[in-house]
Design a protein around this ligand. Structure first.
Ligand SMILES: [Zn+2]
Length: 272
């Protein structure tokens, strides 16, 4: 028993140290976030201790049991995705290699949903030095990194096989950061969208030097080079993103590619 107790104590100590080391200094603790960003980042308080006459008898009886069974509320989803200093530095290094043009922004939260937000958001204006994200887009660094490698290593070479070998000069984004539920799931109560965490970007089309823009559209069985291009870049996107949806996946994705970094059990990817 003593040995087991020591092992547990050691594990707790290690976990505490690890947590202290990995906690990034920039995203405020939820308690600090309360003051800076309003109530959205505040984990719901534990139920107040029932006061005499303040609550119905059932609630007074249930509150202690509920606290015992469920414990404190989990941290907001956005906060669980915060990068460690090392992870963030590695990601920014990758963006430097890609030549991504971006700026860091203050932590993002939403007053309507405590789970929405980004701990260390960046606003990307150029994903490569000569390839713009029209209007700029706010996302997590990981999302920008995945986007950058996909664009550099697959999208641009694939575009060079189109007639006239046009050079891709820009992405036309749809939704980027957006605090909302998933669409197109068919479920009455869909889960939070990856857009609400800065993990997703919708791409409506591409612009080229000396060629007309190309919109994402249903191209199934059109049998032309453009269909092959869209298929190729969509397939390659699944090497970098864990979710890739587009025309044919469902009606909600008929006119754009949805790319996200959803973290699924076993590393499973959803590419349709
Ligand atoms: Zn989307």
């Amino acid at each position: 028993m003593i040995g087991r107790a020591l092992a547990i104590a050691a594990a707790c100590l290690w976990a505490g140290l690890a947590g202290a080391q990995e906690r990034p200094p920039h995203p405020p603790e939820p308690a600090q976030q309360d003051e800076a960003e309003g109530s959205s980042a505040r984990p719901p308080d534990k139920p107040d201790a029932p006061q005499d006459g303040a609550a119905p008898p059932e609630e007074q009886a249930d509150a202690p049991d509920d606290a015992e069974v469920h414990g404190p509320p989990p941290p907001p989803r956005w906060y669980t995705l915060r990068e460690t200093d090392q992870e963030y530095a590695a990601c920014r290094l990758a963006l430097a290699v890609l030549g991504t043009v971006y700026r860091e922004e203050p932590p993002l939260t939403d007053p309507d949903d405590r789970d929405c937000g980004i701990a260390r958001p960046i606003r990307v204006t150029r994903i490569l030095p000569d390839l713009s994200v029209q209007g700029g887009a706010v996302m997590r660094c990981d999302t920008a990194r995945a986007l950058g490698f996909w664009v550099r290593d697959f999208l641009r070479p694939a575009a060079a096989t189109l007639p006239g070998a046009p050079r891709v000069t820009g992405l036309q984004p749809g939704s980027t950061y957006d605090c909302r539920a998933r669409v197109g799931t068919g479920k009455a109560r869909p889960r939070l969208s990856e857009h609400a965490l800065g993990n997703a970007i919708d791409i409506m089309g591409f612009t080229f030097q000396d060629a007309d823009p190309l919109r994402v559209a249903p191209r199934r069985d059109s049998g032309d080079r453009t269909e092959a291009f869209q298929r190729a870049i969509r397939g390659a996107a699944c090497l970098f993103f864990t979710t890739v949806l587009g025309p044919g996946a469902n009606a909600a994705h008929a006119n754009h590619l949805h790319l996200d970094l959803a973290d699924r059990r076993g590393g499973w990817r959803l590419c349709q």
